[in-house]
Design a protein around this ligand. Structure first.
Ligand code: SF4
Ligand code: SF4
Length: 274
């Protein structure tokens, strides 16, 4: 089963995958496992790389993860294909797929499964793709031999903290600020304006030597067409207004509603501190 799953994933551009026993995972949402009738078994963790050459656009004004279409759509389509194949090939076992809204602490499970390590910015990092991956897992009630490794952390060089444009002891991370609903305070608005990003912020990830190395070697770039096609690296308020409901719903920034991203773009385009 392990080889089947890693081969199926690798054929879809997902080279990093490994199993871990559910008993070695931190189960944060047990009801999600109950819902699919799995109480014990194995989680096959995998890391989906999403960084494209479009993310290198110097005019990019949104976080790299939002340049492509919403990754939840990628995972939904992936599970729609893979789960029936696995159920057909291993009829004695149950299978379910998760990402983001997951029954387990995904980052910790991925580190223990050997896919990567934790950075000081609390992000999950891989050598090949740095932090530019989405984690997902296929959970099954099959018991697979899978040793649980130790938690590994980065070198602690501090470049991420040094690159952060805000004082996190007094202000929210810009990634959270740009996603906040309602009006931003003058201080919040000025912080977003100074950084120039309409959605999210990648400064700590960009400054990380793991990212720099992955860019230098070229390993950071995804080969997955879903992330390469229809990528938009620079947004304007006019572009967002002109998107159809369907086009807008396919974007990661749609989950807070059109007014939030438009609010950010409008004051960035005005360019005047409050
Ligand atoms: S995303 Fe930006 S604001 Fe948030 S911690 Fe990283 S550098 Fe700082
Ligand atoms: S910049 Fe340095 S301290 Fe921060 S996550 Fe990367 S390796 Fe770790």
């Amino acid at each position: 089963m392990k080889n089947t799953i890693s081969t199926l994933l690798a054929a879809r551009g997902i080279s990093l995958s490994a199993p871990i026993a559910l008993k070695d995972c931190n189960i944060t949402r047990p009801y999600l496992l109950e819902r699919v009738g799995i109480t014990d078994g194995t989680a096959f963790l995998f890391a989906v790389p999403y960084y494209t050459t479009k993310c290198d656009d110097p005019a990019r004004n949104i976080s790299a993860y939002a340049v492509s279409r919403d990754y939840h759509r990628f995972f939904a389509a992936l599970f729609d294909v893979l789960l029936p194949i696995l159920r057909n090939r291993f009829p004695a076992y149950k299978f379910a797929g998760f990402t983001d809204h997951s029954p387990i602490a995904e980052g910790e499970a991925a580190v223990r499964a050997g896919l990567g390590f934790f950075g000081c910015n609390h992000l999950f990092l891989t050598t090949e793709f740095s932090s530019y991956v989405f984690l997902g897992e296929i959970v099954t009630d099959a018991i697979i031999e899978a040793p649980s490794g130790e938690i590994k952390v980065c070198s602690g060089c501090g470049a991420c903290h040094a690159a952060c444009p805000v004082d996190l002891t007094v202000s929210e991370c810009l990634s959270a600020l740009t996603q906040k609903k309602g009006a931003l305070s003058a201080t919040e608005q000025n912080a977003v304006l100074a950084h120039g990003c309409a959605w999210g912020c990648d400064r700590c990830q960009e400054a990380c030597p793991v990212t720099r190395q992955a860019k230098q070697s070229g390993s950071i770039y995804t080969t997955i067409p879903f992330f390469k096609d229809n990528a938009i690296s620079h947004l304007t308020a006019d572009l967002v207004r002109a998107m159809s409901e369907e086009e807008f719903a396919a974007r990661a920034y749609s989950w807070r509603g059109r007014e939030v991203i438009l609010r950010n773009l409008e004051f960035l385009e005005k360019g005047e501190p409050v």
